[in-house]
Ligand binder design. Structure first.
Ligand code: GAP
Length: 483
């Protein structure tokens, strides 16, 4: 099936990729937030900061602040939940970042993990030769490299993206190691352990989340492409005959994950790689693409890696990584289907998809309409005024709630301003303690998206919030619902 031309149909919803190619010509163009707005909100509210800012910053390095950490943790927790907690056939791993350098010779990264690099002799900048149309030339007015009469580009040469370092106190032969460029290889190195100790047999998967490092030629676009980033990868080992079916299965599963976490279906699509785009290990790859502020871009790759990795590691290590199927009495090297997602990129997609602006009683408001499961804070507890026993009761309520979900207490400033602050960090519900609360131990619960307020007993708060958290959720931006 050519996924470039076929509408993607998942979970009862249909997205037509052909109707939306870029933010400029997308049907949804009005609904794509600018990167500037996202960067500004992320900094203002403490999600993401440029790293090393007091030393002038370090290009494309970012630090995650309080709400950024909470959001990122929620994204990872949802991934673990879908991959491991809710399944019997996938187990977890946390492998080392620095592995034997032979890993990367066997995997092909030392030879083939390259991007084509061109230098400009005029502005002295470097660009990815295959992305010149996405890059900016160093001269003003800004144009793409090669477009101004002064541009003087060299021919393309291969640049290896592996981050190299040395192990031990002396830089000598044999001390070179690499920071892993993908978490996947750690999984292949441990494949045998899982056959033996976890008593797993194909079809089964091993899941891992962790940092990866790539010396990207060009970065930029905020946390979209950085040199240090986190991945959520799962290698699913299957018999050769079952590989195609499992590939299709994981395409659908991964699309479903994003959709169930509220990503709008008209901002998500599958795109099959052309043959000349395929990685050195892949026989088929589809990208899940999201309509980012910079256009349709890869959010996650799902690859059929065949038996490439286990075969290579068998050859290079001398260890037999084949599997003997006692039922069919056949021996084979398992094939691998790999859904590989970026945590930071997923976080950017959740932020972009959630960002909204509306007006309440003549005042403009910025609101993150995040799925409650990924929202950094689930509930804010706010005394209406800072007197008459309200702060004390509010603290009691906060104390009850914080044991079961991420809750935040805030008593400073006018109530409207406190609501706006919570709206901006995407808190789905705000519990307000007012004078009536002290009389009858009831509170109001305000909904971030509908602004509806209900009054309920303090004793019913926990089950009510839990019920709301468990409910299926769909972005109010899709329903066109504005307060
Ligand atoms: N093991 C396969 C693999 O690593 P990939 O498509 O190169 O495949 C998987 O990476 C995902 O990791 C991408 O879809 C993207 O979300 C994320 N990713 C890759 N390079 C990245 C970078 N430089 N910055 C941020 N995220 C990145």
């Amino acid at each position: 099936m050519d996924r470039l031309t076929c509408p993607v149909s998942m979970a009862g919803v249909t997205a037509d990729p052909d109707t939306a190619q870029t933010p400029q010509n997308a049907q949804t163009a009005g609904d794509v937030v600018t990167m500037d707005k996202l960067v500004s909100l992320a900094k203002r509210r403490g999600f993401v900061f440029p790293s090393s800012e007091i030393y002038g910053g370090l290009g494309s390095s970012y630090d995650y602040g309080h709400y950024g950490v909470l959001l990122k943790n929620n994204v990872k927790a949802q991934w673990w939940r879908a991959m491991v907690q809710e399944r019997d056939d996938i187990v977890a791993l946390d492998s080392a970042i620095i592995q034997s350098p032979r890993t990367w010779e066997a995997s092909g990264h030392v030879q083939s993990f390259t991007d084509p690099l061109v230098d400009c002799r005029t502005c002295k900048l470097r660009f990815r030769a295959d992305r010149l149309d996405e890059e900016e030339c160093g001269r003003k007015p800004s144009k793409h490299p090669g477009e101004t009469p002064d541009c003087d580009l060299t021919g393309a040469r291969d640049f290896n993206l592996l981050f190299e370092t040395t192990i031990g106190p002396v830089r000598e032969q044999g001390s070179t190691v690499y920071l892993r460029p993908e978490t996947a290889q750690g999984i292949f190195l441990n494949f045998k352990h899982y056959l033996q100790f976890a008593r797993k047999k194909p079809p089964f998967g091993i899941a891992q989340v962790g940092k990866s490092f790539r010396n990207e030629i060009t970065t930029g676009n905020f946390i979209f492409r950085t040199r240090e980033f986190e991945q959520m990868e799962m290698e699913f080992f299957v018999s050769p005959a079952a590989a195609e079916t499992w590939f299709e299965y994981w395409l659908a599963e991964r699309m479903r994950w994003y959709l169930e976490l509220g990503i709008r279906e008209n901002h998500l699509r599958l795109r099959a790689h052309d043959n000349d785009e395929l990685s050195h290990y892949s026989s088929a790859t589809d990208d899940i693409e999201y309509l980012f502020p910079i256009g349709w871009q890869e959010l996650e790759g799902i690859a059929n890696r065949g038996d490439y990795d286990l075969r290579q590691h068998s050859l290079h290590s001398g260890d037999d990584l084949s599997y003997f199927d006692t039922e069919t009495r056949t021996r084979y090297i398992p094939h691998v289907i790999e859904p590989a997602a970026g945590v930071d990129r997923a976080m950017l997609a959740f932020l972009a998809d959630a960002y909204d602006e509306d007006e309440i009683e003549g005042e403009s408001r910025t609101v993150l309409r995040l799925h409650p499961a990924v929202a950094p804070v689930k509930v804010a507890v706010l005394p209406l005024v800072r007197k008459d026993g309200q702060p004390e009761l509010a603290r009691e309520v906060h104390g009850q709630l914080r044991g079961v979900l991420q809750a935040e207490y805030d008593e400073g400033g006018a109530i409207g301003r406190r609501y706006r602050r919570q709206d901006e960090i995407g808190t789905p519900w705000a519990v307000t303690i007012d004078h009536q609360s002290l009389e009858d131990r009831t509170v109001t619960v305000r909904d971030r998206d509908t602004l509806a307020q209900i009054r309920i007993a303090i004793d019913d708060l926990k089950p009510e919030l839990q019920r709301r958290l468990d409910e299926p959720w769909r972005s109010p931006k899709l329903r066109g619902a504005r307060s």
